[in-house]
Design a protein around this ligand. Structure first.
Ligand code: DLL
Length: 438
C-alpha cells in the first residue's frame, strides 16, 4: 500500500459486530424469502417441492434449506418472470449474456439502484476515493453494469466523474492527463493497455495524478497487478460483481489487498461443492453462491455464480469485519470472459446456426496479444460455400464477423475451413482453446 489513509464509506455497516451482522442477515433473508414466495411463482413452486414454507426459515443458518437459482432460470423466466415488484416500481433494467443468444435481464427498484450505488461507493472508498477525486470510468455504459455502476458510486461519494465508456485509448490517455484523473475504473486488461500505451507514448507516469484503480469484470492475477502498479505507480484493486447481484461492488479489495470484502449486509455468500451442492466451510475452494437480501426488483436465492473461489472470515487490518473472497480461481462451466464480456461457446454455435452455409462445427481460440484478448473462430462451411469464389468466401466470413460483433460486441478473426475438417467429439466437445496466461 502506498501509505495512504484507509477510508471507510459506511463504518457502521462495514465494521459491524459479526453477531449483529448475522442477526441482520437472518432478518433480511426471512423478508426476502417471504417476498419471493408471495411474488415469484418459480420460487413458490420450488419451495413447495422441497416442502418449505417461508416461516420455516428463521435464521441465516436455515439458508441451506432453500432452493438454488441458476442462469438458465433467468433465461427461462425472461423477461419479467422473476420480478418480485410490480413493473411500475421498476426504474432500471440491466443485463448480460445468457448461455444461449438470449440475454438475461434484471430489474431494479429505486431502492435497488440506491443499494447498488452504495456498494459501488464503498468499493471506490476502499481505493481511497473521496470528494476531491477525479474518477475516469472506462467500463462500457449500457446494459452492462460496469459503466453505470461505477459512475453512480463515484457520484454518490461526490467525486468528479468522467464518463468515458470503453475504447479509444489515445483519447482516454489525453483526458486522463489533461483533466488530472486520480482513480481509474476499467477491466484489468484495459488498465494494462492504458498503462503500456502511456509508456509507449513516452509519458512519465510520475507526471500523472493517478493514485489508484479498481479493476474487475474479468479474472486477473497478482502478476498483472504488479505490472499495472509498477507501470503507473498506483494501487490496483480487484472489484467483483455480477449483473444478477446488482453489478460491480458486490465485493472489493481495500488497500491491504488481502481479498475482496463482501457487502454482507446486502448479499449472503456461500461456497458449495459444485457436484454435491453441499456448503463448504470457510477456507475451502468451491463454487461461489450468493443470495440477495435487500433486493426488491429481482431478488435471487442461492444464485450459483459458477465462479470458483474461497472465503475467509479472518479479520482484516483495515477494520472491516466482512467476509473476504479470494481472487476468482476459475469457472465450473465453459463461460469465458473476453475483454470483460461474458461469452458462452453456445452463443457462437447459435450465431453459426442462424447463418445458412455455416455449420455448428467451430473451434474458438482465445489468446492475449500484449494486454488485449484476441479471438479467432474457425468455422466449417458447407460444400456450396467452400466451392465458391474467393470474393464470396471473403464476403461470407464478413457476414459471420459482423454477426459475432453485433451479438457479442466483440471482434473476431474468422477463418473458414472445408467441410469435415473440424474434429467431431464423441464425449464433451472441446471447442475452446484458451492460450491466455494471466
Ligand atoms: O462483470 C460486473 C462488474 C463490472 C464487475 C465491473 C466488476 C467491475 P457480468 O457482466 O454479469 O458483471 O459478469 C459477471 O464476470 O460471474 C465473473 O465470472 C466475472 N467477474 C466479474 N468480476 C470479476 C473479478 C460484471 N474481479 C462475471 N475477477 C462473474 C474475476 C470477475 N472475474
Amino acid at each position: 500500500m502506498r501509505m495512504r489513509e484507509c477510508r471507510i464509506w459506511d463504518r457502521e455497516r462495514e465494521c459491524m459486530d459479526r453477531e449483529a451482522l448475522r442477526a441482520l442477515q437472518g432478518e433480511r433473508l426471512c423478508q426476502t424469502v417471504k417476498r419471493v414466495y408471495d411474488n415469484v411463482p418459480m420460487y413458490r413452486k420450488r419451495m413447495q417441492e422441497k416442502g418449505i414454507l417461508p416461516d420455516d426459515i428463521q435464521s441465516v443458518e436455515d439458508i441451506r434449506y432453500l432452493p438454488f437459482t441458476d442462469k438458465p432460470d433467468l433465461r427461462d423466466e425472461f423477461p419479467y418472470g422473476l420480478f418480485a415488484a410490480p413493473k411500475h416500481d421498476i426504474v432500471r433494467i440491466q443485463g448480460s449474456s445468457g448461455t444461449t443468444g438470449m440475454p438475461i435481464v434484471v430489474g431494479y427498484t429505486q431502492n435497488d439502484v440506491d443499494v447498488w450505488t452504495e456498494m459501488a461507493a464503498r468499493s471506490l472508498t476502499m481505493a481511497g476515493c473521496g470528494v476531491d477525486d477525479i474518477v475516469q470510468v472506462c467500463y462500457g455504459y449500457g446494459l452492462f453494469t460496469g459503466g453505470l455502476g461505477m459512475h453512480q458510486g463515484a457520484s454518490r461519494i461526490g467525486s468528479m466523474v468522467i464518463p468515458m465508456s470503453s475504447g479509444n485509448t489515445s483519447r482516454q490517455i489525453d483526458i486522463l492527463r489533461s483533466l488530472g484523473t486520480t482513480v481509474l475504473c476499467c477491466t484489468p486488461s484495459y488498465g494494462l493497455l492504458i498503462a503500456e500505451t502511456i509508456l509507449e507514448k513516452g509519458i512519465d507516469p510520475k507526471t500523472l495524478k493517478l493514485k489508484a484503480g479498481t479493476f474487475g469484470a474479468e479474472p486477473w492475477s497478482e502478476k498483472i497487478r504488479e505490472r499495472i502498479e509498477t507501470l503507473l505507480d498506483i494501487d490496483a484493486l480487484d472489484i467483483y460483481g455480477l449483473t444478477e447481484m446488482g453489478g460491480p461492488g458486490v465485493s472489493c479489495e481495500c488497500l491491504f489487498k488481502q481479498g475482496m470484502h463482501v457487502n454482507e449486509d446486502h448479499v449472503i455468500p456461500e461456497i458449495i461443492d459444485p457436484e454435491t451442492e453441499e456448503p463448504l466451510p470457510y477456507g475451502e475452494k468451491g463454487e461461489l453462491v450468493f443470495s440477495t437480501i435487500t433486493k426488491e426488483g429481482t431478488p435471487l436465492l442461492r444464485y450459483r455464480t459458477h465462479d470458483l473461489c474461497r472465503l475467509t472470515d479472518a479479520q482484516c487490518e483495515c477494520g472491516r469485519t466482512t467476509v473476504r473472497m479470494d481472487r476468482i480461481m476459475g469457472r465450473t462451466d465453459d463461460m469465458l470472459v473476453i475483454r470483460g464480456v461474458n461469452v458462452f461457446p453456445s452463443q457462437i454455435e447459435n450465431i453459426l446456426m442462424s447463418i445458412p452455409g455455416a455449420t455448428p462445427h467451430f473451434l474458438l481460440t482465445v489468446d492475449r496479444v500484449g494486454p488485449t484478448d484476441t479471438m479467432e473462430i474457425q468455422v466449417e462451411v458447407t460444400n456450396e460455400i467452400f466451392g465458391d469464389t474467393v470474393a464470396s468466401l471473403q464476403n461470407f466470413s464478413k457476414v459471420i464477423k459482423e454477426r459475432v460483433k453485433s451479438t457479442l460486441g466483440l471482434s473476431a478473426v474468422i477463418k473458414l475451413v472445408p467441410p469435415k475438417s473440424i474434429p467431431r467429439f464423441e464425449g464433451k466437445a472441446r471447442r475452446v482453446t484458451d492460450l491466455r496466461k494471466l
